[in-house]
Design a protein around this ligand. Structure first.
Ligand code: AMP
Ligand code: MG
Length: 330
């Protein structure tokens, strides 16, 4: 199969609709990361996503719909705070988990009685979702465990020859996956941190909990149990730039080609060494993280991360990805 990379002009949306209706999988741009989408009503199409990614069968998918899609067809009721949150943040990088009506394929939620729904703001995603006018089940368009894709080229690297079409909307502006918010209880609860922060949710809903898995407990968001976002090269995680410099010098002395991923403030301390600049604030670091991990794994024998000093806002989501990519505990 030949994999085409196309924008949303010309005949690409007609082709995308045809592929989706035929049970094929199509990758598409969103404002967070690229998604790997299929018709959420079709068992075979949804199972194809799992097979393509090598995704564990108990890690549920998010259903994507266009902004005018009536989600009451898919979900079984909505608390008042969730309706307010939808008004405030959608379309945007917020996934909301509801009681499911069980209308989509059972493979979407992997046996859970809930359904995760998202309305992306990306014009490319909206054009695609509107053209197909179906709920599209889509995880991130990377091989399972690999770094999430933030350009069409990243998707191509993982799925060339395996999918017919990548809808290219340019680099993703957000850069990390959506916030996943459980809306099945009396108070919203964040299952995965992202660009819509706990403070932002609380400012609309009054309060917002943050889910923390207890030792030995089955996670509420199964995907959070897995090693994830990992570059293919060796990695190391350091608390300070000095520690990273020592590791770097040892790797270089042993004939390796190390690289250091760090916030802008640490680049000066590491002068003369190969650094990948994550940026100076949470938004920049979210936007650059995955592209730099993908760049690092191609050239470095050892990729070393320095823990950013920057805190607050979207840094919670960035730190979650960074630590999981580098094998640390969160
Ligand atoms: P990905 O699209 O690869 O970022 O993965 C989707 C994320 O959403 C995973 O972390 C899932 O565990 C989570 N998710 C999807 N559906 C549900 C659900 N019904 N309940 C809780 N978490 C979900
Ligand atoms: Mg993913």
């Amino acid at each position: 199969m030949q994999t085409e990379i196309l924008g949303t002009d010309g005949g690409s949306l007609v082709a995308a609709k045809r592929y989706i209706e035929a049970g094929e999988v199509v990758a598409f741009h969103t404002e967070t990361v690229y998604g790997l989408g299929a018709n959420a009503f079709s068992d075979d199409a949804v199972r194809r996503i799992f097979a393509l990614k090598g995704r564990p069968a108990d890690n549920p998918l998010i259903v994507h719909v266009h902004r005018d899609y009536d989600i009451s067809k898919l979900i079984d009721g909505e608390p008042a705070y969730a309706a307010a949150l939808r008004k405030a943040f959608l379309p945007g990088p917020l996934t909301m988990v509801y009681p499911s009506r069980g209308k989509v394929s059972k493979y979407v939620s992997c046996g859970l009685d809930t359904l995760a729904v998202r309305v992306p703001s990306s014009p490319t995603a909206q054009a695609f979702l509107r053209a197909v006018d179906l709920p599209i089940a889509a995880p991130s368009a990377n091989l399972s465990k690999h770094v999430s894709p933030v350009t069409a080229q990243h998707v191509f690297e993982d799925f060339n020859g395996k999918i017919p079409l990548i809808l290219d909307g340019g680099p993703c502006s957000g850069g990390i996956e959506s916030t996943v918010l459980d809306c099945t209880g009396g108070v919203p609860q964040i299952l995965r941190e992202g660009l819509v922060t706990r403070e932002m949710v609380a400012s609309v809903a009054g309060e917002c909990l943050l889910y923390k898995r207890k030792e030995g407990e089955k996670p509420k968001s199964p995907g959070m149990a897995y090693k994830h976002y990992s570059p293919y090269c060796r990695t190391a995680y350091c608390r300070s730039a000095e520690e990273a410099a020592a590791l770097y010098d040892a790797e270089q002395a042993a004939g390796g080609a190390p690289a250091i991923l760090c916030e802008s403030g640490a680049v000066g301390i590491l002068e003369g060494r190969n650094t990948l600049d994550l940026g100076a604030n949470g938004e920049e670091m979210a936007q650059r993280l995955y592209a730099l991990l993908r760049r690092g794994e191609k050239s470095a024998t050892l990729l070393i991360a320095v823990e950013p000093k920057e805190q607050g806002g979207v840094m919670a989501g960035v730190m979650n990805r960074l630590k999981r990519a580098f094998g640390g505990s969160i």
